[in-house]
Design a protein around this ligand. Structure first.
Ligand code: ACO
Length: 310
């Protein structure tokens, strides 16, 4: 009966074991996972756009090859995550349509424009850095297919973070103009990167329940703090300034005090009013429509093969 099933589910979560697709799970747990995994998948796919913008303008053949590989990795992450979401009983097509119709979200960060080559460095260092801090704990998420997908994604993200760091390191030791370009990129990406962790804990609607279910392991503010502490030392090595005059070590807390991002701006961007929201969704819609014949051809080919093998 339902009581036994709930008890079994609770015991699996309490014992830090994995819930698998065939297991009974509360409907709200399934819904929360579909929401979060789909948002995550959409973020990977939409996230290809701001960086894709620089593939044809990368400053050397080597940089171009690296960036191409990185953007392809993001497509792969999207695919693993859509596949993980599909184990919960929803199709990839439904998810993509919900994204295009604005019924599902993707990360706020990808609604900001990439204005210079240094932005590719800042995205790698800060955005992928924030993604790693947020995603490493997800490798221990209670839902098996999501946790397992995150292991490979985190390995690839840490490589992405290093490539961004290396771009900024090179620019920072280049001409004064290159250094200024690197600093300008860090100035623009810092606060949006802090906002990626979501609203403050006091306004986070899902955190408490998601932490009870061990989908989330740490709160938004805990992870944001961890990210700030990590960046301070790295900024020192880069010889770039974090654009926060109030950033300082607090010995009592054993952590840095810092200025919070503008959460009003975050809410506006989430609602669709960021600098690039319309452009990002429009581009995604166009790609989906223009790819319809490829999907139809692949399905027809698979059907033909299936008949041939009978
Ligand atoms: N961008 C867009 N929406 C956001 C963001 C953000 N940065 N932060 C929070 N939200 C939304 C939430 O989705 C939620 O809206 P919903 O109820 O309509 O879904 C609302 O704001 C309230 O936030 P929370 O209650 O704190 O939501 P949640 O518990 O889901 O925590 C978080 C948000 C931390 C982003 C979580 O969903 C998560 O860890 N997701 C997986 C990681 C991820 O998606 N990363 C994508 C960017 S990284 C990358 O792809 C390189």
């Amino acid at each position: 009966n339902d009581g036994d099933l709930q008890g079994y589910f609770d015991a699996i979560v309490a014992a830090d074991q994995k819930v698998e697709p065939r297991d009974w799970m509360p409907e709200a747990y399934r819904k929360t996972l579909i929401r979060q995994i789909a948002q995550h998948a959409h973020s990977e796919i939409i996230g290809m756009q701001p960086e894709g913008n620089w593939i044809s303008r990368a400053p050397s053949l080597k940089r171009k090859a690296i960036l191409l590989a990185k953007v392809q990795d993001e497509a792969g992450h999207g695919l693993y995550l859509y596949a993980a979401a599909e184990t919960l009983g929803i199709s990839r097509q439904e998810l993509v349509e919900m994204l295009i119709e604005g019924r599902q979200k993707y990360s706020s960060i990808f609604n900001y424009p990439t204005l210079s080559w240094a932005d590719v460095g800042a995205i790698g260092w800060l955005v992928d850095g924030a993604a790693i801090v947020n995603q490493v704990p997800l490798c221990r998420c209670s839902y098996g297919p999501y946790a397992r997908a995150m292991i490979r994604i985190c390995k690839e993200e840490s490589f992405h973070q290093r490539q961004g760091y290396e771009i900024l390191y090179t620019l920072s030791r280049g001409t004064p103009e290159q250094k200024a370009m690197a600093q300008d990129a860090v100035d623009r990406w810092w606060y949006p990167s802090l906002a990626m962790f979501g609203p403050p804990d006091s306004d986070s609607t899902h955190s408490e329940q998601s932490m009870t279910w061990k989908i989330k392991r740490f709160s938004n503010d805990e992870l944001r703090q961890r990210f700030v502490d990590m960046c301070v030392q790295q900024a020192g090595v880069l010889d770039l300034r974090i654009p926060d005059p109030d950033l300082r070590w607090n010995a009592e807390r054993g952590a840095h005090d810092y200025t919070q991002p503008d959460y009003g701006e975050l809410m506006q961007v989430i609602k669709g009013n960021g600098p690039c929201n319309r452009q990002r969704i429009e581009h995604r819609r166009r790609a989906y429509e223009e790819g319809a014949w490829v999907r139809a051809a692949a399905a027809a080919h698979a059907a033909k093969k299936a008949v041939a093998h009978v």
